[in-house]
Ligand binder design. Sequence first.
Ligand code: UT7
Length: 319
Amino acid sequence: MIAGTGSALPKRRVTNQDLEAIVDTTDEWIVERTGIRARYIAGEGETTSTLAAEAARNALAAAGIDPTQVGLIVLATATPDQTFPATATRVQEMLGTGDCIAFDVAAVCSGFLYAVSVADSMVRTGAADVALVIGAETFSRILDWEDRATCVLFGDGAGAIVLRAEENDGTSQPQGILGTKLHADGRHNELLYVDGGPSTTQTVGKLRMKGSEVFRHAVTNLAAVLHEALKGCDLTPADVDWVVPHQANQRILDATARKLGLPAEKVVTTVAEHANTSAASVPLALDKAVRDGRIKRGDLLVLEAMGGGFTWGAAVVRY
Ligand code: UT7
């Protein structure tokens, strides 16, 4: 089951008006095309690991679980503190979990879905009883701040969940991750990528995206994978209480909900305030809706995301 959720944002909030001073853009264009009004940008001393550790601490506190009980940390990120070791091991040290399994997962914006799937499988097969699944990013550090087509779209942050193995006595409804579906199609590398890396340029590189083409693929793939994930659990969109989607663009959220025949009121949206935080966006949105009381115990959730690769996926969750 998901025993607790947590999140963390950098201190500095940057509005669209603030960006008007940096690049040739307008608040009106950004709001109309994306729904984004603000984003949080990491400052000095704030990194992917510090944000991840804060989100993880909040999730553990919500779950009432001590860090020493954690047996597994899976951290999804495309912006690790260092090329290696895994940022998960930095977080492990910051939390003081003691010896446990800790590694990163790289699937960009769908990283959290991949991480949930891996962690759930490992908990089910007995590798750990308590797992921290974290999505954490500092995309501001790989943005080209002279490219108005991309730099206005992203923000930094982290979200985390605590997964706990549960004995099912057969009488109560199963809780937790009911099913996941993951996909990748490596033919689309050039539509969304970073133009650097250790093995190619020996630099970190900057994010490059052909936005309108990504948009087209996103709506089709997300609607399809949501249907597929629900079908795998013998459920339909009518059973869903909340969609917790990757927060890339309000228009993608609206179009995907329309394709599924789901009312906009059932979609958790944080894109206006967080912008696109890549692997952090789904757990950030989940934590927000849990803490403000929208998502309640027993609710049926579908989480979904799509990003660079392309990779995409969905998870069906009984909270
Ligand atoms: O998280 C990973 C997945 N990523 C996504 O899902 C992103 C998907 N894509 C999108 O969200 C949208 O495609 C964007 C928000 C990136 C762009 O919206 P669009 O409606 O597809 O716009 P466009 O790229 O076709 O650009 C339209 C115009 C262009 O001008 P011209 O060529 O029509 O004269 C751009 O130069 O808007 C211009 N433009 C801007 N104008 C003001 C691009 N960026 C900006 C900007 N401010 N920041």
